[in-house]
Design a protein around this ligand. Structure first.
Ligand SMILES: Nc1ncnc2c1ncn2[C@@H]1O[C@H](COP(=O)(O)OP(=O)(O)O)[C@@H](O)[C@H]1O
Ligand SMILES: [Mg+2]
Length: 446
């Protein structure tokens, strides 16, 4: 755990450099070991051959007793043999264990490779029974030690050079990251529309920078929305409050009749209801924004649900000479109360914008995934092309002359859109051939 937190504190250049140095240490270390063992093996093989050839020559000499009648003559021949080879040494050991003869007595090699040749009884000449042949390998060992030292030094120097070079390369390579960090630091003090510059940034980072810029754009949009939302709320509240204040001032003059006073109170009540409507709509939207989901229950017929809402509007339809038909049906698991509210908002708009004596159609369709489309179609003036993408925005109204209307604050379709989101769905709006179709798509859920 401690090691992990320590590693987490190392900089990116530190990690890459130490990784590179460690990797090169492993590679060079393996190379060093390989070369070391190859040289050692080679020398040992050479030594074995050398020793074997000395042994065969000595064997040949002592196994031909006919020509060597006396131990003195054998000794002479053996001496001749080892004199010609400075690395081969010889000892003759008596049966009793004493050394009878030793070649180059001052230079008997320590830790040398030796072979003992016990002589068979019938071959023994004079009193010696064992021949010890030694090969001096000190020169080879010195050579191996020297090679090892050189290889070790080369490995360490190589690693340090790679590490140092790697550090410089990595620092240079990470320059774009530092420049991005500097740009990001400056963003805090720049205007909200500023973005990170991708010029001179390597391809691998361009993707990240693009994502970051996209995020900034989304944040900017959300920020601007919030800003305009605040301005809209202030605006919506200001008008009824001003009217209510004026009403109160008029009432306080004290010169009005009871009927006039009742009128002021009635007007204030209307404004208060309107304010409370705005506030409850805003609360609903804020719950939806915080990710509140629809409470789903099985609904057998969306057509029945819509006809209940239509019934509520019956008087309005009669007054405007409108007719309403419901086409299609669907079932599923939805939040009935929310769907009623959405259909009511859609109908409310349709009634307001429908041509008199026309027919409003509610179209219900189910899809393969178990979702349902509910569209409300009315005949009337089309929504301008440029307004279509905005009609679901909060406080957005096309007909600005209605701004003062105490009932239509431009939150109706925003609520429809929130209800769609709470059901994992979406909204649609289109105008064609004099008909305006505004719909909601909701997914059926568990
Ligand atoms: N069926 C429709 N036909 C024409 N315009 C519509 C229709 N439905 C909505 N709109 C326009 O979309 C705007 C936003 O609608 P909405 O959010 O319900 O606000 P509100 O009804 O409070 O004005 C309205 O101002 C209206 O002009
Ligand atoms: Mg509306």
């Amino acid at each position: 755990m401690k090691i992990k937190s320590f590693v987490d504190t190392i900089s990116l250049s530190g990690r890459l450099t130490s990784g590179l140095a460690l990797f090169s240490l492993c590679v060079l270390g393996f190379l060093f070991l390989g070369v070391h063992f190859a040289i050692k093996d080679n020398l040992e093989e050479k030594q074995s051959l050398h020793l074997q050839s000395a042994v065969s020559a000595i064997k040949h000499l002592i196994e031909s007793p006919k020509n060597h009648q006396t131990s003195l003559s054998i000794l002479h021949d053996l001496e001749d043999l080892v004199h010609g080879d400075r690395d081969v040494h010889l000892k003759l050991i008596e049966e009793s264990g004493g050394i009878l003869y030793i070649s180059k007595p001052s230079a008997w090699p320590q830790g040398a490779r030796t072979i003992e040749l016990p002589l068979p009884e019938e071959r023994r000449i004079a009193s010696y029974s064992t021949v010890v042949i030694a090969l001096d390998t000190s020169e080879d060992q010195a050579l191996i030690a020297k090679f090892s030292a050189i290889l070790l030094a080369a490995t360490l120097v190589g690693c340090s050079t790679i590490g140092l070079g790697g550090f410089v390369i990595v620092r240079q390579g990470l320059y774009p990251v530092r420049s991005l960090a500097e740009q990001t630091r400056q963003l805090a003090t720049l205007a909200i529309g500023e973005r990170l510059n991708t010029q001179g940034i390597p391809d691998e980072l361009v993707l990240l920078v693009d994502q970051f810029n996209d995020l900034l754009s989304r944040l900017e949009k959300a920020y601007l929305q919030l800003e305009s939302f605040n301005a809209n709320v202030a605006h919506e509240l200001r008008t009824p409050l001003a009217v209510m204040t004026a009403n109160c001032e008029l009432a306080l003059r004290g010169s009005d009749t009871a009927d006039q006073l009742r009128e002021y109170i009635g007007s204030n009540l209307e404004d208060l209801q309107s304010l409370s409507g705005i506030i409850s709509d805003m609360l609903f939207l804020s719950h939806a924004d915080r990710g509140e989901k629809a409470r789903r229950l099985p609904i057998a017929s969306l057509s029945t649900l819509c006809s209940e809402v239509v019934e509520y509007y019956e008087a309005v339809f009669l007054e405007a000479g409108l007719n309403c038909i419901i086409q299609g049906d669907a079932s599923g698991s939805f939040d009935g109360a929310l769907l009623r509210r959405a259909v009511s908002n859609l109908l409310n708009n349709a009634v307001r914008h429908a041509q008199s004596k026309s027919v409003i159609e509610i179209n219900i369709k189910s899809d393969k995934e178990g979702g349902a489309h509910i569209s409300v179609i009315n005949i009337g003036a089309p929504i301008p092309e440029e307004s279509l993408p905005h009609i679901f925005d909060r406080f957005y109204r096309i007909d600005t002359s209605r701004i003062s209307s105490s009932q239509n604050h431009g939150l109706g379709l925003a609520i429809v859109s929130a209800i769609a989101r709470m059901h994992g769905g979406d909204t649609t709006a289109s105008c064609a051939n004099g008909a305006t179709t505004i719909g909601i798509y909701v997914r059926s859920g568990a």
